[in-house]
Design a binder for this molecule. Structure first.
Ligand SMILES: Cc1cc2nc3c(=O)[nH]c(=O)nc-3n(C[C@H](O)[C@H](O)[C@H](O)COP(=O)(O)OP(=O)(O)OC[C@H]3O[C@@H](n4cnc5c(N)ncnc54)[C@H](O)[C@@H]3O)c2cc1C
Length: 424
């Protein structure tokens, strides 16, 4: 192992998350002397909370789908995803003894359902390749002079490196160590940081009555997001209603599209289709038949058979329709209004929760300033970026961790190759 404080090291990696660990392992594998600075005692603190502690490490989808998930700028990641694909990542972990399993939507997890098994393998990989892991080492600044990088560290002595890979994560879940230091360092080195907007984040709605539905889960519903008469985004999946708005997989996934739209529109209308399996016309026919067959039953009881009880009560209250009314007393107008409500329950999105509560930070170091073939800076020779700190984010499903591992691998490989070229 090297002594990073007293000698000039080949490559310094800032951040020991998925991206930084993979970058360090790959660079060291190619024969470089690598030091990895991690501000926490342990590496991979965020990995431990991914996938609810089970770590949805990647997805079994074809690589083209990965590129699509980072739409509209997924092409930037093409080289990274092809050089170190989901298959390569799975192979990497399998050869180190980790059994994996695939679940619905192609999501891949450690078979034992334990994210700790992923960090243990990364830890072992760093050791095996002789990477100097500098724990409790928070890098506070990087200067670039005469082709060398000078890294300053909080509480520790700084060190000097020929190349630097910044993999310090985004701004989300700061308790894991990702507090945005990487952006400050990149900016100081001359890079542009695009707005640090949240992605995979719960959405806030205007309707105060949503509080009464807090904790209610809605499975397999469709959400359509409209502005005026224009349909902007839609999706089908599961949602959780909260005291401020909507969360759950579908809401989080749609937030990636909705949050940027909120920059231009103060409010966006959501229509929640609670019975997406049937068309409005079909649903109206079904309702007529149900009301005829159960003429003396209370309308509330019949609607509760179709949608969750609390949702049914709220729909009737918003329509000012007496829940105790007999089905055969419901007027045509009331029935049509019920159909419209259940096929398009209205909510108004007015914002999102802040970036620190988001699962991913969407903005970051501008892609324009990074060479997609190497992850090298187009501004500072010898500087590389990897992981979430690069502008862009994907929907859930293991794509974000794959991005971190793939960009880390690409950055590590190219920093190492550039270093080897420079050797006599
Ligand atoms: C709750 C939650 C669940 C998630 N679940 C999934 C999932 O199942 N699948 C998926 O694909 N994605 C998931 N994600 C997203 C995924 O975790 C991130 O995209 C990924 O971890 C980013 O990796 P990274 O290495 O770029 O950054 P990070 O994991 O954030 O790592 C950055 C590291 O840098 C260190 N660091 C920061 N500043 C400094 C500094 N100044 N000096 C030294 N070290 C520093 C940090 O301590 C940290 O260890 C989830 C995110 C969250 C918050």
């Amino acid at each position: 192992m090297n002594d990073p404080v007293n000698e000039i090291i080949d490559i310094a990696v800032i951040g020991g998350g998925a991206a930084g660990c993979m970058a360090a392992i790959r660079a060291a594998e190619l024969g470089q002397r690598v030091a990895l600075a991690e501000r926490n005692e342990e590496i991979g603190k965020k990995i431990l909370i991914t996938g609810n502690g089970r770590c949805n490490i990647t997805n079994a989808a074809p690589i083209e789908d990965f590129i699509g998930k980072f739409s509209p700028d997924g092409q930037f990641l093409r080289s990274a995803f092809f050089l170190f694909s989901n298959e390569d990542l799975m192979e990497f972990f399998r050869t180190k003894g980790l059994k994996l399993k695939q679940e619905s939507g192609g999501c891949v997890f450690p078979a034992a359902g334990n994210a700790g098994s992923v960090t243990r393998i990364l830890e072992a990989g760093l050791k095996e390749q002789g990477v100097s892991v500098m724990r409790n080492t928070r890098i506070t600044g990087v200067d670039h002079r005469d082709g060398m990088f000078f890294l300053a560290a909080e509480r520790n002595a700084g060190f000097t490196a020929k190349k630097v890979i910044i993999a310090a994560g985004g701004m989300s879940y700061p308790a894991t160590g990702s507090t945005g230091d990487g952006f400050t360092i990149a900016k100081h080195l001359g890079h542009t940081i695009t707005p640090l907007t949240p992605a995979l984040v719960p959405l806030k709605v205007k309707e105060s009555w949503i509080r009464e539905l807090q904790g209610l889960g809605l499975a397999k519903i469709r959400i359509v997001c409209n502005y005026g008469n224009k349909k902007l985004v839609s999706g089908i999946g599961d949602v959780m209603l909260t005291h401020f708005g909507i969360s759950g997989p579908l809401a989080l996934d749609m937030s990636g599209d909705i949050v940027p739209l909120l920059e231009h529109h103060k409010e966006l209308r959501l229509a929640i289709d609670l019975v997406p399996a049937v068309s409005a016309k079909q649903f109206e026919n079904d309702l007529v038949n149900i009301f005829i067959a159960n003429g003396s039953a209370q309308v509330k009881t019949l609607i509760e058979d179709i949608i969750p009880r609390r949702m049914a009560s709220m729909a009737l209250a918003l329509l000012k329709l007496d829940p105790a009314k007999a089905a055969n007393q419901v007027t045509r107008e009331e029935r049509e209004a019920l159909v419209a409500m259940l096929k398009g329950f209205p909510l108004t999105v007015v914002g999102s929760m802040p970036v620190d509560t988001a699962m991913v930070t969407a903005g970051g170091v501008s892609r324009q300033e990074i060479d997609p073939r190497t992850m090298g800076s187009r501004i500072v020779p010898g500087l590389y970026f990897a992981g979430e700190m690069i502008e862009g984010a994907a929907k859930s499903g293991g794509y974000n961790l794959q991005q971190a591992f793939s960009t880390g691998y690409l950055a590590g490989e190219n920093a190492a190759k550039a270093g080897l070229k420079g050797r006599p």
